[in-house]
Design a protein around this ligand. Structure first.
Ligand code: 13P
Length: 255
């Protein structure tokens, strides 16, 4: 069954006190969720233990992380493994975010290994794809995201794929206030679903949650989430304020 998901990506923001207040505020206003209407909060590593504790016993709202390394353990100073995340109580990990690809030079070969680590440690992986502005302007965005998905995910078998969520995040829309129109989002989400269908079959594609990310906010979330192939959102700036994030969650729950 395809799930709707709204996931917060705090990026490198919030002290422990700020993060605690934010999660308290979200929990205070949270509508009823279900297996098919989920929320994820991907805090920085420093806040994970606190977020896990706050979400303990709260149904269908899950702690997440924003990255993990491609090995389980060893001499990799400064890195955090999927094993450690699972041990800390994390259930989702974001991989392949455009900021990781661009600033930290993460390529598809590394991401494919990270995906394997996430899955083999029992995490759900939110795998990001999305094109820069020049690719959008050239009109080759479909081929661009198809390549990212093939290189990052197509080594998986169908059973593994059930633990993947895809997040389409056009780089030109991230943090810019310039959201993709619902027509643009629907078009490329439908393409992504077709790409999955060709490789894994119609059922796998139909069950895949494909999230939109990039300047998603309460005022545009309902329209985006109403698109048949948009199954929720991966939220940056608007996830840092409880009222805005709740507005987006409500847009998902209302669909
Ligand atoms: P914004 O919502 O701030 O545009 O960020 C989107 C994003 O990158 C989420 O991963």
């Amino acid at each position: 069954m395809r799930k709707k998901i709204v996931a917060a990506n705090w990026k490198m923001n919030l002290t422990l006190a700020e993060g605690k207040n934010l999660v308290d505020g979200i929990l205070a206003g949270l509508p009823a969720l279900s297996d098919a209407r989920r929320v994820v909060i991907a805090s920085p590593f420093t806040a994970i233990a606190q977020t896990v504790a706050q979400l303990q016993g709260k149904p269908y709202i899950y702690p997440g992380a924003q990255n993990c390394y491609a090995e389980n353990a060893g001499a990799y100073t400064g890195e955090v493994s999927a094993l450690m995340l699972k041990d800390a109580g994390v259930q989702y990990v974001i991989l392949g975010h455009s900021e990781r690809r661009e600033y930290f030079k993460e390529d598809s070969a590394l991401l494919a290994k990270k995906v394997n680590q996430g899955l083999s440690n029992g995490l759900q992986v939110i795998f990001c794809c999305g094109e820069p502005l020049e690719i959008r302007d050239a009109g080759t965005q479909n081929a661009h995201v198809e390549q990212q998905i093939k290189e990052g995910l197509f080594h998986l078998d169908a059973a593994q794929l059930t633990n993947i969520v895809i997040a389409y995040e056009p780089i030109w829309a991230i943090g810019t206030g310039r959201t993709a129109t619902s027509a643009q989002a629907q078009e490329i989400h439908a393409h992504i679903r077709q790409v999955i269908a060709k490789q894994y079959g119609a059922d796998a594609a139909d069950n895949m949650s494909i999230l939109y990310g990039g300047s998603c906010k309460p005022s545009n979330a309902a329209e985006l989430f109403a698109c048949p192939d948009v199954d929720g959102g991966l939220i940056g700036g608007a996830a840092l304020k409880s009222d805005e994030f709740l507005g987006i969650i409500n847009a998902m729950v209302g669909q």
